[in-house]
Every structure is written in structure tokens, then in C-alpha cells.
Design a protein around this ligand. Sequence first.
Ligand SMILES: Nc1ncnc2c1ncn2[C@@H]1O[C@H](COP(=O)(O)OP(=O)(O)O)[C@@H](O)[C@H]1O
Ligand SMILES: [Mg+2]
Length: 393
Amino acid sequence: MWFRRPGVLSRLRRMARGEPGSYHTDGSISIVGLRKDFEEVTAVDGIDLDILPGEFFTLLGPSGCGKTTTLRMLAGFEQPTDGQIFIDGVDVAQTPAHKRPVNTVFQSYALFPHLDVEHNVAYGLRWRKDVDKHARASRVAKALDLVQLSGYGKRRPHQLSGGQQQRVALARALVLEPAVLLLDEPLGALDAKLRHSLRAELTALQREIGITFVFVTHDQEEALEMSNRLVVMDGGRIMQLGSPEEVYREPLNEFVADFLGVANLLDIECVSDTGLVRTIRYGEFTLEAQAPPGYDAGPGRAVIRPECVELAEAGLTGVNRLPGMVDRTVFLGSTTQVMVRLPQGAVVQSLVTNSAGTGTFTAGKPVTVCLPPEALRVLAASSDQHVAYAETG
Ligand SMILES: Nc1ncnc2c1ncn2[C@@H]1O[C@H](COP(=O)(O)OP(=O)(O)O)[C@@H](O)[C@H]1O
Ligand SMILES: [Mg+2]
């Protein structure tokens, strides 16, 4: 990859550790009760969050959920209505944007069209009185080397591809040796193929230099692939915090279950309310399911991912087995989506891997549906979403 070249990594590590005279720190962030009201809109509605030094941390959520506003408050471009932000333990309320140990990469590269690449990158150093002309030139050269644009210093932005322009934006941010890099949908303007390859490069770059990345995206695949941990946001609030696997496999509520991929939702009744394995009723059937502690008995919903729904020949009985009827199938190449209608009328999707000799599930065929207890999860009611986060986050 472009940064895996002799000398590049050691320089990156030195940058990440900080050099004498630089404002380099560890890059931990602590957010307490953060809130932002615009005139009629509450963009951020009380966020508590700790981001660890060196973490690739993602704010994931639909458009308008408050991701950019949160990032802008971290950067110092926006004043919180309430709450505090600590960077490396220091309350930054009184610290102007250009004095914070953070830097931002935007989706719209925001390069100056009239400046060449070198001057665009050097522009980030304009506040640094301690960096003389010689040091500036060498730091610009290093930063361009990092993003593999060494030969491109004299070009203007319009002479570069979209991916190259985004790398210039990245170099301009890295030249300042920030402890935290804030990235607001940085891959959003690129075409799908380039986006995919840049995901891997950006992730590897972050892992190597070890500075904290706070990455914003509405793309769940991007978030799952790149992050150490992430929050799923909605309506200015955190719906769940966890590793990609946790939020995907163990969604706490319907919003998270639905936002991260395909969710089969069942209306159920929780019978027992003790223990991690719950007895639930789905119509006339008694099932076992997972549920985090603190949930009440009563009506609710349970979720299971399509790849966890197992199908077998009709007539089998046993734990969490139900009779079903294949409704329709969708061939997707390596897998087939099989929609199965359950006795109560709900249709669940099963994802069947296509290997030689499969293809036995055709519309109208009776089958046994198995919902493994470890993959079937009771969800918190929507009104409890925030409570659910507070309990486990
Ligand atoms: N400067 C502003 N003035 C008024 N409303 C704003 C402003 N910036 C953002 N908002 C509103 O705040 C909400 C969150 O916006 P934003 O943080 O940009 O969301 P996201 O980045 O997740 O799409 C939206 O409803 C948006 O319209
Ligand atoms: Mg945004």
C-alpha cells in the first residue's frame, strides 16, 4: 500500500509520538452531557462518550442525526449549548479551534483551487510561528510522501483525481501532527470502487500511525469494516456503543437492529424476566432467547439476523424449531435469500450459502425453521432506547 514504503512508517510513528515543541498529546476524548440546540432543532441531545487514545472510533447514523455537529464541537467550530469536552483531560471550552490538538478532513476536500498541492498542504501550518520556512518545506514533503503524492507538489487541485484530492486533504491535516484526526464522511464524494480501496488504506494508515481517528459516516458497511468501536446515533442521541461485532450481533433496540443490515423482527411476549436466557412466547410457540439484564416481562420484539436463521426439512421438532413455508427466494450468486412464512404470518429471511447441490428451497415448500437461542435477541422498546444505552454503555 501507498504508505508502506521505506522510512514512511518510522516518520509517521515519530509524528504520532510528537516532536519537541509540538503540541502533541495522547488523543483521548471525553464527552460529558454534550448538547447543541440550533434555533428550532436539537442537533445533539445529551451525549456521554469516552474515546480512547489511538482508537478508530466511528459516529454512525442516518443523515441529520447530529454526527457533523458533534464533530464540529470537537473541532471547536461550534459552541456546545451544554456539556463539556475534554481532550487529554483538558476542558477545551476556552480553546479556539486552531489551538486544539485536532484536525479535520471534510467530505468536500475544501482545497484552494488557486494554490498548488504543496501550498495547500503548507496552508495548514500558517498558525505555527515556531515552524520556519525550511521546517515547513520538509514537513510538507513528508506529509505528501505519506499519502504517496511526492511528485505532485506543483499540481493544482483540478489536475488531480478525486481520490488524489482527498489524499491532499489528508496530508494537509497530518502535516499539523494532530493527536486526533476528525474525518467527516471523507470517502463520501468518491465513486464506489475507489471508496472501497481507500477504506482499507485509511484503516491501515490509522493502525500504523496510532493517532485517534474520529470518523463520521452514514454507511454501516464502512463503519463495521473500519472501526475499533462505534456509536450508532439517532435524533442527536447515542442508541448503542460497542465494537462492530457487538452492535451488529447484539443490537439493543430496534433502531440499531434495523440500521445495521437486515433484521428479522418478531412480535413476542417475554415470559420470564430473570437470567440471560429468556423464555419468550411467539404465538403458540415457546422459545428461548438472549436478553440483556433489566428487561421486563411482557410484550416486546425479538430480532435475528438472516444468516443465523437455519432451514431444514419439514417436520423436525426441538428447541426453537418452528414449522414454516417457503414464500419466495432471491438468488444472489454466492447466497440465496429464502423468505419463509411462519404460522403467525410473519415472514423471516434466511440467507442460505449456495454450494454445490443446494437450491432445494423453492416457493411453497414446507420447512422447519430453527432460530438458534444464542442468535435470537429480545430488544428494548423504542422508548427505552436511551435507557438501554445507559445501562450497558
Ligand atoms: N447551523 C445549523 N443551523 C440550524 N440547524 C442545523 C445547523 N447545523 C445542523 N443543523 C440541524 O441539526 C441536525 C443535525 O445535523 P448534522 O449534525 O449536520 O447531522 P448529520 O451530520 O448526522 O447529517 C439536522 O436536523 C440539521 O438540519
Ligand atoms: Mg454530516
